[in-house]
Design a protein around this ligand. Structure first.
Ligand SMILES: Nc1nc2c(c(=O)[nH]1)N[C@H]1C(S)=C(S)[C@@H](COP(=O)(O)O)O[C@H]1N2
Ligand SMILES: [Mo]
Length: 402
């Protein structure tokens, strides 16, 4: 792969100071602290009950994979420092002066854009939730392969950028086009099976129909601040409603292609079995499945008897809204409706809460389940067709009332 990059922009790994200097000289904004984003971290053992809010939990340190302690859920927009980080390779250090975005393939006019070109195009702000397709994996039995995420590989942020569709229109999509491939500057080799063919870049594709939706952005700001390095500086895709793998970070190439893309992260990773004519068929993951997650109580939390307790959390469903959330405090025998707060904001989560007052001491099994505006509900049981992804079956939360 490294040998085929001649016509591509060159990204050099340079010392952090040099990187900051080069950014600072090309971009006044950077002086406000672009490179200053260093997530504060804690180790898994410190968070038995998720009781140290304000720090991300390390699930893997090289490359860095961090999750939010979901018990600390408090704000509708997840602060940048609390937003989970899912990296397959090391964060590429991209000097802005050398950075380019290429739009190529089945287009009338191939384009090469610089950062300043992009930020001058009409911008759109879009709130959208990102959830990793492996979020909740730690609850799977038997243990599934991959990063052992608990509940925190999810976040909701406001993104600012240029609609991908607008850039594609500038380049002119040819009639033969079927998909848009998004390629990141990060690259590496995957040593475990299935192995990668040497060095590969992170890349995913979108069907044309989704790529043209107005909510799909090439984003350069996150919650009003410059996109942090770990989240894709200088530019990332944000594909609202779809699992996180579609939102390619450190974007350097947009390739319009006349055949479906079959790259590593498209065909081997991030796929599930969809039954087609009765045959389980591997297809790429797309839309986020409906789900309610409980922030508090956290598993094994101790709750005082006969006191009011606020059960609360968030619910979401890819491209649809949340219609209702129900709570059970008796292991699923009976259900009551939770209160949804605020109004539906497209592609975002919705907070919910339920007032509980446990009358007797003992162990209780709590469950939350969501239904979306298209009628979809969370499954009771894990579907093996989903492999190690798309984890939205009901997971009980056991608590102790004393
Ligand atoms: N270039 C690149 N883009 C990427 C990834 C990556 O490793 N490299 N990880 C993807 C996955 S699997 C997820 S869940 C989201 C996570 O985005 P975040 O780290 O900003 O939360 O980024 C996606 N985009
Ligand atoms: Mo992910």
């Amino acid at each position: 792969m490294a040998g085929t990059t001649t016509e591509r922009m060159h990204i050099t790994r340079i010392a952090r100071r040099a990187f900051l200097q080069s950014v600072a000289t090309t971009l006044p904004l950077a002086r406000a602290g672009n490179g200053g984003f260093i997530p504060s971290v804690m180790h898994t053992d410190d968070v038995a009950n998720g009781q140290r809010p304000g720090e991300l939990i390390v699930r893997k340190s090289a490359p860095q994979n961090l999750e939010m302690p979901f018990a600390a859920l408090a704000s509708f927009q997840t602060p940048n420092e609390m937003f989970y980080i899912r990296n397959h390779f090391d964060v590429p250090q991209v000097p802005l002066a050398a950075w380019r975005l290429k739009i190529e393939g089945a287009v009338e006019r191939p384009l090469t854009l610089m950062y300043d070109d992009l930020v001058q195009l009409p911008a759109r702000r879009q709130v959208a939730l990102l959830e990793c397709a492996g979020n909740g994996r730690a609850s799977l039995q038997p243990r599934a392969k991959g990063v052992q995420w608990e509940l925190g590989a999810v976040g909701n942020a406001e993104w600012t950028g240029v609609p991908l569709g607008a850039v594609l229109e500038k380049a002119g999509i040819r009639a033969a086009a079927v998909e848009i491939i998004l390629e990141g500057a990060d690259a590496g080799t995957i040593a475990e099976e299935p192995r990668s063919p040497g060095m590969i870049h992170f890349a995913r594709s979108l069907p044309l129909a989704k790529a043209r939706q107005p909510e799909v952005l090439l984003a350069y700001r996150m919650n009003g601040k410059e996109l942090p390095p770990a989240h894709g500086f200088p530019l990332r895709a944000v594909v609202p409603g779809w699992y996180g793998m579609a939102s390619v970070k450190w974007l350097t190439r947009v390739i319009v292609t006349a055949r479906p893309f079959q790259g590593y992260f498209q065909s081997l990773d991030y796929t599930y079995f969809e039954p087609l004519h009765g045959l389980p068929t591997l297809v790429p993951l797309t839309e986020i499945a409906v789900k309610a997650q409980m922030a508090r109580p956290a598993p094994q939390e101790v709750i005082p008897v006969n006191q009011p307790y606020r059960i609360h959390g968030a619910a979401w469903s890819g491209e649809a809204g949340v219609a209702k959330v129900q709570i059970s405090v008796d292991g699923g025998k009976s259900w009551s409706e939770a209160t949804l707060s605020g109004e539906t904001i497209p592609f975002s989560w919705r907070f919910w809460e339920f007032a509980w007052r446990p009358a007797k001491p003992g162990t209780y099994t709590l469950l939350a389940r969501a239904q979306d505006t298209t009628g979809r509900v969370q499954p009771q049981k894990r579907d093996p067709n989903r492999r190690n992804y798309m984890i939205n079956h009901l997971v009980p939360v056991a608590v102790n009332v004393r």
